[in-house]
Structure formats: C-alpha cells, structure tokens
Design a protein around this ligand. Structure first.
Ligand code: SF4
Length: 781
C-alpha cells in the first residue's frame, strides 16, 4: 500500500530548513487580519499584468509515497527581463534590521514556488523577490535574487530528499499504525454494561462527521468507550487526529491508561500528553529568548534530531518529552507542541482546542485535517468556556511596571500613567458603588490607551533587550493583549465587572454566554463527542457548548442494579440561606443518623465552607464514636491526597469527611468499593450569589426566560449529581446517598433526576434507621 500525502510548500520548507533560535513573536490580536490587509494592499499596488495568488502544484512519486506539494504564490510580475516570483511577508521586525536579515525559510519558500512556476511555464531562468512590509510603519523592503532553473531544481531536490527521509519514516509508521488498528479488538474480555452502546454511538458520530452528547453513568468505562471507536475510525480517514480533551489531571491519566491497555493488545499509536508551559519549563525564571534561556538558543538547529529520536517510541508522555528535550538541549514545551503535529492522539486540557490564548494554531490555522474532539467531563465546559472567553486586567501591575521603566522608556511611562489615571477613576466609581460596579458598555477609552501601550511595548519587546523589568512588562503585555482581543468581540453577551479591594481594581470583560465562540471553535473539528455522567438538562449543555441544533444525544441508562444504591430524601428540611440557623440541628441529626447505621467511610457535601462549619460545630461534640475530617479552603494537593488516603477498606471506626460541593472532592475522585459507604448532600448545590452569576441570570432571563436555571439551578444540580456519583463506581459497589433539602422533592428538581434516581422520602421518627437497616441487611454488606 502506498501512502498518499499532500503538503504545503511552506510546511515542506519549514520542516527541512528551519534553523536558529526559538523566537518570541509579539503579535497583537489584529495582526493576522492586518497581515492579510497588507498583502492585499501590496498586491493591488502592483502594475498591470501582475498576477496575484497563483496556484502551483507538483507531484512526486516514490516507491512508498505519492506526494503532492502545493501552494499559492503571492504574485508574479511579467517583465521584459522575465518573470519575477514574489513572496510577501508582513513583519514587526525593526526595518533597519530587515536589510541584513536572511531568513532561509522565506528564501526556501520563494525558491520552491519559483521552481514550480518555471516548470509549469517552461522557463529557463527567473527572479525571486522577497517583499517585507513593516506592520506599524508600512515601510517596504524588497530583496531579489536571480536563478537558473537548474539551480532551483538542485535546491528543490535537496529539500525534497531531506524531507522524504522524514516523510517515509512517518509513512511507514502510518501504514503500521493502520494495520494494527484494523487488527485491534476491544481490549477486555467483554464490554461493561452500557459501554458497547456508547462505543457504537461514538463510532457512528465520528463516521458521519457529527456532534454527539453522551450521558453515561460513572463506572461503565466512558474513556475506553470514547477512545476505542475513535481510534478504530482512523484508518478510514474519519479521525485524522484525536484530541482527548479533559479539564482534570485524573481524566488525562485515565486516557493514557486506556491507550496503554490498547497498546498491550497490539495497537501502534503515537500519543502525546501536553503539560502546561509553567509546569514543564526548564527555566521558569527566564524569558523564552535565546538571550535568557539556553533551551531557546539554537532550538531549530536541534529539533529535527530530537524528533527523530523520540519518534522511535510511541508514548510521548511528560517523562519522555523531558528526557529527550534535556538530551538535545531544547525547550520541552515547544518541543511537545511540535511533536503533537506528528502524534495520532493528543491528550490535553480543553484550552488547547478552544481557548484563543493558547489553542494550537499550528493545527487549526494552517492544517486542514479531519480532527475529532473527545470532550471528557463535558459538564465542566460551560464555566470553563466562560473563563476562556473572558479577560481581566488589574490596576497594580500597570503602576508597578510604570515605576520600573520610568527612566528608560518615557513614552511607555507616560502611556501607563494615562491608563492608571483611567483605572483610578474607575476605582473611585467602584468604591462609590460599594466595591463592585457592573457596566454594560465597553470601556472604549481604556481600550484605545491599551492598544497604544501594546504597540509601544511590542516594539520594545521585539528587540529582546535584557532589563530587570522585561519580564514584568512581558506579563503585562500578554494580559493587555488578551483584554484587547476579547474587547474586539464585545457584544451583548458581555458585561464589564469592576471590583475593588483596598487600593487595587480589577476590570473584567465577562462572557455571560460563550455559545457563539464555542460554536466557532467547534468548526475546527470534523466531529465532536461530549461525554459525562451529568449532562442534565441536555439542551443547557448543548447550547452553552456551542453544539449544532441537530447534534445527537444518547443517554446510556445506568447499568448497575438499582438496588445497589439506597437513595434517601430528607425533604422536611430547608437549607435556604435564611433558614440554615433554624434547621442546622436537623441537618446534623440526619448526618449522624446516616453514618451510624453502618460502620464505614462517608462524605458529607455542603454548598459552602461557612455552612459546613456551622453544621460541623454541632456534629463534632456528638460524634465521639466517629472520626471526623474537614476540608480546608485552598487545600494543597498533598493534603488532599492525605485526606483521601484515610478512606481505606477495613477501618475499625467510621470515618466522616466534611467537604464542599464542586470542590476538589466533588468530582474526579475515585473511592471504589468499600472505600466509600455513603454520602449526604446538603442543599441543591446552587453556586453562591455574586455579581457574575447575577449577570448570567439577567442575561438568560432576557434571552431565554430561564435566568435562574442557567445561573444557578442547572450548575447546582451538576454538582449534586457529581457528588452523589462518588458512591457507586462499579457494578459491585453498594452505598447510600442522603439528599437533604426540601427542594429535591419538588417537580422542578425531580424532573431532572436521572431515570435510575427514585428516592425514598423519609417520613417520621428514625426514618433513616428504618430504611437503611433494611438496605444493609438485604445487600449483606
Ligand atoms: S525552557 Fe522555559 S524559558 Fe526556556 S524557552 Fe522553554 S518555556 Fe521558555
């Protein structure tokens, strides 16, 4: 079988000819658009007879590969002295430095275009021209070189031969990969109940290039049910690359583990897990420039050797990436991004696919493959999407940076002074409004000043001058850049939230409804699968995740025997904020009654720390027979692990952990079997009232007449379902969940319960005891 491959001239040349240091490119948000405008302006200014956007194609056939190399020449002049092939580049580089700048990739690109043009028009010689245009000043620098066709042929052959070595390595790999996938069988003896149904739905969605939302209980093996069919779809070209997107480390680890299982069954698949830059960086104190970081220095001279090395393996996890990057003295983060281009499956955070600040441009701007997004724990997406499409600046850094650069950069100093004055004014208004102030109109004056600041900062940063304030200015530049980029999309789905705390002020462009941006982000893939145990109601998640109206929706019924879960409802207790004092004794009593029915480990979920403390105070003096633990705010990872490590099987006493819903214990923890006997959920999980939630409420009241649902009830229920989902993790688990809140008994809530949730309403004295005695007797636990 021969491999068919298409490649752009630019990618071909870049892959072979890139050399030198890793360069930090400063691009303000308008730059790609500005680049296009500059191109068009130059093309339009050319004389009659000039042809713009000339397509060229060239085919190369070898024993193993049929390669089509294509691209578009920016323009061709036809003169009395022959043809001139032009390549236009917009740049922020200092025009003075451009004269001496010989970029081998730019020259390579125009020379390959020229060669293809000469072949197509049977020309014996022609001229190549590189035209640089400086984006700020508009200054144009043109460089020309004349070549015989034989010289261009020689150059192209050399580039091609070097590329072919790599292409054949990749080609051999793809054939081996596809063969292994065709032979691959499901890695376990049988599917878990419900798992096959989900896998089939995923396969069909990917085959048909559709979007799918799947709700399936924890424990059916969703990760494998999503990955296995996606991988099976690769040899048919329906899943060029798989992006396994997860918000949590545990989710990414589960994906790695599932791919590992498949590898043990013979799968050949290159998979990579992307680690955030600040975690994997070798020089956290340095800027990403050759002057400050030795791993940026000569990065492109060594990257191809590093790629060749690591490509001998299939698993590109953090260890492998760090090890190879260290050995070749290259930046591990940039290396991982480059490596992802050659991986079949990319396991990463949501933001690499969705967040405009970090998404993988090398995939989504230039390449055009058939990507598949597998979105794990998709109930997290609405809030994460709001974060990704919002932007915030704070006043203090502007002042700090201003003080530092006073003597050296007077223009920036003065601009930062004007920005600070504006922020001081906003802070005063904010104070007058009690510390918080919301505006619906965009801050146009601030925006104009920020843009000027970015332009000035960009110019200076591009010179890579090492000064003590450089890093702070760089951080401020990125913050301002993000703010300006979001500002450019400001519409009625946004509001401006000001908040002051002592001297500082934060200004946030808050995205209330991220559905439009998400819809646009989803055009980057051919097919997207969203899955979670909790996607109720589906139209809420469908809307906020930007899914199409005709997306498929599949609910996999819980495969576990209903009798394995005792779901009790204490609906005589109100947990409304203003009733908490009156009912706290009843809540404490219900908790104690629950944990005394059977020795074991329990988690008690509260909507806030304050409420948790209020009830803990009452439980603690009466709980001499049980061991109590309490979550603390901002609990470090080590403390969290220690907390969970106490939930062991075979303890002599009963352990009760007080935790908050939606926090680090609310989801993503896996206490299987007897490690968790039961849970109590106090309240319906509503997020705390704050100005942002109120804005969401107002917005969706106006647009859908569903403000409270979108701001509070639906996100709250997701927390409740997630918390309850900690108890039954497999078909062998038995456990109890006690819901404490009268609202759970109302139709508004019960209509959203999963079908297998049929709570028993507690009535009368010692109702918990009566019900659980029977339950624990029956399961013989
Ligand atoms: S190692 Fe760190 S500082 Fe150096 S280039 Fe990479 S990310 Fe930047």
């Amino acid at each position: 079988v021969k491999l068919q491959q298409r490649i752009a001239v630019r990618t071909l040349v870049e892959t072979v000819l890139r050399a030198g240091d890793l360069e930090m490119v400063f691009m303000n948000p308008a730059r790609p658009l500005e680049g296009i405008r500059i191109h068009q302006k130059i093309q339009q200014s050319r004389p009659a007879g000039y042809q713009a956007e000339v397509s060229v194609n060239h085919e190369v056939k070898t024993e193993k590969i049929d390669l089509v190399i294509g691209g578009r020449i920016d323009g061709v002049f036809t003169t009395d002295d022959g043809a001139i092939v032009e390549e236009i580049k917009s740049t922020t580089r200092d025009p003075a430095a451009l004269e001496a700048w010989d970029n081998p990739v730019h020259w390579g690109q125009v020379k390959v275009y020229a060669y293809f043009y000469a072949l197509a028009h049977d020309l014996g010689a022609l001229t190549t021209q590189l035209t640089y245009c400086h984006v700020d000043s508009g200054e144009i620098i043109e460089k020309q070189e004349h070549f015989l066709r034989t010289e261009l042929a020689e150059f192209f052959d050399d580039v091609l031969n070097r590329y072919m070595q790599w292409a054949e390595t990749v080609g051999d790999w793809m054939l081996a990969r596809d063969f292994s996938i065709r032979e691959l069988e499901f890695p376990f003896e049988s599917y878990r109940p419900g798992q096959r149904q989900m896998a089939v739905a995923v396969y069909r969605a990917i085959r048909d290039g559709e979007q799918l939302m799947t709700e399936a209980a924890t424990g059916i093996g969703k990760t494998m049910a999503a990955l296995f069919p996606a991988i099976k779809a690769q040899p048919d070209g329906w899943a060029g690359k798989i992006f396994y997107l997860s918000a949590r480390t545990t989710g990414k680890a589960a994906a790695e583990q599932a791919i590992g299982e498949l590898r043990r069954k013979g799968l050949k698949l290159k998979s990579i897990t992307l680690t955030a830059k600040d975690k994997i960086c070798f020089c956290p104190e340095a800027a990403c420039t050759a002057a400050e970081c030795e791993f940026a220095q000569g990065f492109y001279d060594r990257i191809n050797a590093a790629l060749g090395d690591i490509f001998q393996h299939d698993l590109f996890d953090r260890d492998a990436i760090e090890h190879t990057a260290e050995a070749h003295r290259i930046c591990p983060f940039e290396f991982s991004l480059e490596l992802s281009l050659w991986s079949d499956c990319i396991v990463c955070d949501y933001n690499y696919a969705f967040d405009p600040r970090v998404y993988l441009r090398r995939f989504f701007v230039e390449a055009n493959e058939d990507y598949v997004f597998l979105v794990d724990e998709a109930h997290n997406l609405p809030d994460r999407a709001r974060d990704m499409f919002s932007a915030r600046i704070t006043k203090q850094p502007f002042l700090d940076v201003r003080r530092q650069l006073k003597d050296e950069l007077p223009n920036l100093y003065s601009l930062l002074g004007r920005i600070n004055t504006r922020l001081v004014k906003a802070r005063n208004t904010c104070r007058e409004n009690g510390g918080e102030w919301v505006e619906k109109e965009p801050p146009n004056g601030l925006y104009a000043l920020l843009r000027k600041f970015l332009q000035g900062a960009e110019k200076w940063l591009a010179q890579n001058v090492k000064t003590p304030f450089r890093q702070d200015l760089l951080d401020l530049y990125f913050e301002g850049n993000n703010f300006v980029r979001v500002f450019d999309q400001f519409n009625d789905t946004y509001a401006v939230c000001h908040e002051t705390d002592h001297k500082d002020l934060s200004v946030k462009l808050f995205c209330m409804d991220p559905s439009l941006q998400m819809r646009e982000a989803l055009t980057r893939c051919r097919s997207a699968v969203f899955f979670s145990a909790t996607l109720r109601p589906p139209n809420y998640y469908q809307k906020l995740s930007g899914c199409s109206d005709d997306m498929r929706h599949v609910v996999i019924p819980s495969p576990f025997p209903r009798d394995n879960l005792s779901l009790l409802l204490a609906n005589g207790i109100s947990t409304l904020y203003n009733r908490r004092n009156d009912t706290k004794v009843a809540v404490a009593r219900a908790i104690l009654e629950l944990v005394r029915q059977k020795q074991g480990n329990y988690l008690i979920f509260f909507p806030s720390y304050a409420y948790m403390a209020m009830v803990y105070e009452l439980v603690e003096p009466n709980a001499t027979d049980v061991d109590l633990r309490c979550q603390i705010p901002d609990m470090p990872e080590s403390e969290r692990d220690r907390f969970l490590s106490e939930f062991t099987v075979g303890r002599q006493d009963t352990l009760v952990g007080f935790v908050v819903m939606g926090g680090i214990f609310g989801e993503g923890i896996d206490l299987t079997g007897d490690r968790l006997t039961g849970a109590a959920i106090v309240g319906v999980g509503l997020p705390g009232i704050c100005s942002e939630r109120e804005l969401i409420r107002e917005y969706f009241d106006e647009s859908l007449n569903a403000g409270f649902d979108y701001a509070y009830r639906f996100p709250g229920l997701a927390r409740v379902f997630q918390a309850a989902g900690r108890v039954i993790r497999s078909e062998h688990d038995r456990g109890v969940v006690l819901l404490i809140d009268e609202r759970f008994g109302t139709y508004r809530y019960r209509q959203l319960f999963p079908p297998h949730w049929q709570p028993i309403t507690l009535r009368g004295e010692r109702a918990v005891e009566r019900n659980l005695h029977k339950f624990w007797m029956n399961v013989g636990k």
